[in-house]
Design a protein around this ligand. Structure first.
Ligand SMILES: C[C@H](O)[C@H](O)[C@H]1CNC2=NC(N)=NC(=O)C2=N1
Length: 118
C-alpha cells in the first residue's frame, strides 16, 4: 500500500490567499482559479507526445502517492489539469490542492513544453 503522505484534514484556502498565489509574481502565476472558486486550473502544451506522457505518468504517480487526484484532460500534446477537494463541503480549493499544484508546476519544468496556454 502506498503511503498517503499528504492525506490530512483538508483546509479551505481563503480567496485572498488564492489571489496571491496566482498573481503574476505568485508561485502559481500560470494557474487560474475558476469563477466559482472551486478549481485550480493549469493548461500546458508539451513539445511532443513522449514529453506529454512522461509528465502525465509523473503526475499520476504523485497523485497515487498522496491520495489526491487531479482531473486531467489531454489531447496529443495539450494537457489541462484541474484540482479541487471534494472532501470539503462544499467542494473547493484546499491546502492539499495548493501543495499538489506547486508540485505539478515543478514537474512541468522537468519536461519540455511549447509554453503554457496561460
Ligand atoms: C478517501 C480519499 O483519500 C479521498 O476521497 C481523496 C481521494 N482523492 C481526492 N482527490 C481530489 N482531487 N480531491 C479530493 O477531495 C480527494 N479525496
Amino acid at each position: 500500500m502506498y503511503n498517503k503522505i499528504i492525506r490530512c484534514n483538508a483546509v479551505r484556502v481563503a480567496t485572498s490567499e488564492l489571489e496571491a498565489l496566482v498573481a503574476t509574481q505568485g508561485p502559481l502565476a500560470r494557474w487560474q482559479v475558476t469563477a466559482d472558486s472551486k478549481r485550480l486550473v493549469r493548461e500546458c502544451t508539451f513539445s511532443n507526445f513522449e514529453q506529454t506522457w512522461g509528465f502525465l505518468t509523473a503526475v499520476s504517480m504523485r497523485a497515487h502517492l498522496w491520495g489526491h487526484h487531479p482531473t486531467i484532460t489531454t489531447t496529443y500534446t495539450d494537457v489541462k489539469v484541474e484540482l479541487s477537494t471534494h472532501d470539503l463541503d462544499p467542494a473547493g480549493i484546499s491546502d492539499i490542492d495548493v501543495k499538489m499544484a506547486k508540485k505539478i508546476e515543478t514537474t512541468i519544468g522537468q519536461y519540455t513544453t511549447k509554453g503554457s496556454l496561460h
